[in-house]
Design a binder for this molecule. Structure first.
Ligand code: HEC
Length: 255
């Protein structure tokens, strides 16, 4: 019995695919990465079509079963089944591809990435190495005013930040468990105690989207606060973070 040419193409294709999988995967123990295999199989398909459509006659023979399926009245039941099953399979494949993937990304994430030297916040360029908290001077100069600013910072915090960073600033807010990476714990000596106020200003104003590449692949949920808070409010909430935790911001002089 002569095998129809279309079936020959399919059989050769499947045969080569299985051979690649078996030879590399099981015999050599070195599976081919799927992106590379896709590329190989693309060339296999291109090669097969070149060979099987070499003459007009061979082309006709190749497409004859497809033509018959679409045109032959006797094939109507088969045609109906094929025209239902193929779109369903394509739909199922597309649906699977679209399902979200909850696995952690493979890349390592840097928790405190090096900040860019200058940043654009509120449409203004800031040099992070010289930027200072303009309200910090009141701690010495006018302690009463300073207490007031800290209290205002606390208000900003409770309104906006405690959902994630927690009402004790320990990173344990009601939303925290749903997030990965988790909101940072400001009580921990590994976070704001190690940082300068300008670093915090940058991180708070530009949030997760403002992270450079080495901090970015994990899709931080930290919002972009320059869209919601004034510059003044960000400096006040920073005063509050240090005041409440008892940490001191890192400064250039200490280093
Ligand atoms: C939707 C949850 C969420 C809210 C609300 C939120 N944060 Fe965050 N924040 C995060 C997450 C998650 C991280 C850790 C990932 C990262 O560094 O971006 C983070 C990181 C930070 C950092 C970086 C600390 C470090 O050690 O690098 C600072 C500072 C910060 N948040 C301050 C704030 C302040 C201030 C507010 C309120 C104005 C706030 N956050 C509100 C989720 C949140």
């Amino acid at each position: 019995m002569k095998i129809p040419r279309l079936l020959q193409v399919v059989l050769i294709f499947v045969g080569i695919y299985v051979a690649f999988k078996v030879v590399f995967g099981f015999v050599l123990g070195q599976p081919i990465p799927s992106s590379l295999l896709t590329m190989y199989m693309f060339f296999v398909v291109a090669g097969l079509f070149m060979v099987f459509t070499f003459t007009d006659e061979s082309t006709r023979e190749l497409v004859a079963p497809i033509k018959a399926l679409v045109e032959d009245p006797a094939r109507k039941p088969v045609r109906n089944v094929v025209f239902i099953v193929v779109p369903l399979l394509a739909g199922a494949y597309a649906f699977n591809v679209m399902l979200p993937d909850f696995d952690a990304p493979l890349e390592l994430r840097s928790i405190h990435p090096a900040p860019p030297s200058t940043v654009k916040i509120y449409d203004q360029r800031y040099d992070l190495s010289t930027l200072e908290n303009p309200l910090r001077k009141f701690q010495k100069d006018d302690p009463q005013k300073f207490r007031l600013l800290v209290a205002e910072g606390a208000e900003v915090y409770i309104r906006n930040c405690h959902y994630c960073h927690g009402d004790k600033l320990d990173g344990n807010g009601p939303y925290a468990q749903g997030l990965n990476p988790i909101p940072l714990n400001f009580q921990d000596i590994g976070t704001i105690a190690q940082l300068q106020e300008s670093f915090l200003f940058w991180r708070i104003a530009t949030g997760g989207p403002g992270l450079p590449d080495e901090g970015a692949p994990w899709l931080s949920a930290m919002p972009v606060w320059e869209n919601f808070l004034s510059e003044d409010e960000i400096w006040k909430v920073i005063l509050f973070l240090y005041d409440y935790t008892g940490h001191r911001p890192r400064t250039w002089e200490q280093e």
